[in-house]
Design a protein around this ligand. Structure first.
Ligand SMILES: [Zn+2]
Length: 137
């Protein structure tokens, strides 16, 4: 039994205001077991099925959005309808490999923005996400 990693995941979910249901725990384990990563809902669904965790793709989407709203994940939208979920929630940016379709982290301090527009009245800028799209030359 791997009680310890499971116990810390229970704590992590609770700290972020999420009830540690069996399904959430199973998905959290898949997501957070191997360091920083970027996964799509479809990839996680495939991993869940391979690990004998029986969940629908709709449940995967719901859980990923719950984790994102709770601050456990960051959603990176690379194209309309195409999102990656990032287990690294610190401020950073991304290279997007257009051909292979993977994201690669760029440390936050390696992108310097010279000027930003003023946000619409009544709003403030919360974060700026830069996606640098690359392809083999
Ligand atoms: Zn990232």
């Amino acid at each position: 039994m791997q009680n310890r990693p499971y116990a810390s995941l229970v704590e992590r979910l609770k700290q972020h205001g999420l009830r540690p249901t069996r399904q959430r725990l199973a998905l959290a384990r898949l997501l957070f077991a191997s360091g920083d990563r970027h996964v799509t809902a479809e990839q996680l669904h495939g991993e869940a099925l391979a690990a004998d965790v029986r969940v629908s793709l709709a449940t995967i989407y719901n859980t990923l959005h719950q984790f994102t709203n709770a601050g456990l994940l960051r959603e990176v939208v690379v194209e309309p309808g195409r999102s990656y979920f990032d287990t690294n929630t610190s401020d950073h940016h991304h290279f997007f490999h257009e051909q292979g379709g993977q994201l690669e982290d760029i440390p936050g301090d390696q992108v310097r923005l010279a000027e930003l527009p003023s946000p619409p009245s009544g709003t403030s800028i919360r974060r700026v996400d830069v996606i640098v799209r690359i392809r083999a030359s």
